[in-house]
Design a protein around this ligand. Structure first.
Ligand code: C5P
Length: 237
């Protein structure tokens, strides 16, 4: 069994580039320094600036996590994956609640079009609680729903998940290394939690089994983003 130090060494940092202005976003990526390898681009920037923005960040030497959270009928999701396969991306999100067939089609589209692309399944959004689930007819707790959707993702052949660092250990315990785990909700010690409620430090998240941690505001709101990147990488071992 791997020690926590070995796990920490393998855990990588992803910058969540949730910045509205394109020029500022590019500048921030440059300021974050060469130690930063991964950048997450979300729906807001992708719908505003499109594929060229992805290429522009990739041209800065960064690997791209495109966080589109696809959720549609299987055929449409598969075709969307085929479309984005032309882009220089390394990770892409889909919603596990699209169901087993949607995930199977997604996995097939990924394997046919971009075998190196890591598909990640989003389970229950952290903006949802038990009441919100009940409102859409799901009468499980959020914890139970995460476990059920994770099992479904496993059956569909998925190999990556986005989850809370608080869920990482139980996913690893249930599924071993079947899933690459990407965890947001990370705060280096002595930084502001903001609206994140269930936070963890980089090292603790890595020790829980996170393969990648996503960090946004603690880096892009810092006066010296490169210093925060270096501190997080040092914390990860
Ligand atoms: O600024 P902060 O570090 O909180 O940013 C976290 C990033 O991770 C944001 O892009 C946010 O949308 C994303 N995220 C999250 N919780 C999830 C899924 C994604 O915070 N469950």
């Amino acid at each position: 069994m791997a020690t926590s130090l070995e796990i920490s060494k393998n855990c990588q940092l992803i910058l969540a580039l949730d910045i509205e202005d394109r020029t500022q976003a590019i500048e921030l990526v440059k300021q974050s320094g060469g130690e930063l390898e991964w950048v997450k681009i979300g729906l807001q920037m992708f719908t505003h600036y499109g594929p060229d923005y992805v290429r522009e960040i990739a041209d800065l030497g960064k690997r791209i996590f495109l966080d589109l959270k696809l959720h549609d009928i299987p055929n449409t999701v598969a075709k969307a994956i085929a479309s984005v396969s032309n882009l220089p991306i390394d990770m892409l999100t889909i919603h596990t609640c699209g169901g087993r067939e949607m995930m199977e089609w997604a996995v097939k589209a990924q394997q046919d079009n971009k075998p190196d692309l890591q598909l990640l399944g989003v389970t229950v959004l952290t903006s949802m609680d038990d009441d919100a689930l009940a409102g859409i007819g799901v009468n499980r707790s959020t914890a139970e729903q995460v476990i059920a959707l994770t099992a479904l993702a496993n059956e569909a052949g998925m190999s990556g998940l986005v989850c809370s660092p608080h869920e990482a250990a139980s996913v690893k315990a249930a599924h071993g290394d079947q899933f690459q785990l990407v965890t947001p909700g990370i705060r280096p010690t002595a930084t502001n939690a903001g609206d994140q409620k269930r936070i963890m430090t980089p090292q603790l998240a890595a020790d829980q089994g996170a393969d990648y941690i996503v960090v946004g505001r603690p880096i892009y709101q810092a006066s010296n983003p490169a210093a925060v990147v270096a501190a997080i990488r040092s914390d990860l071992g």
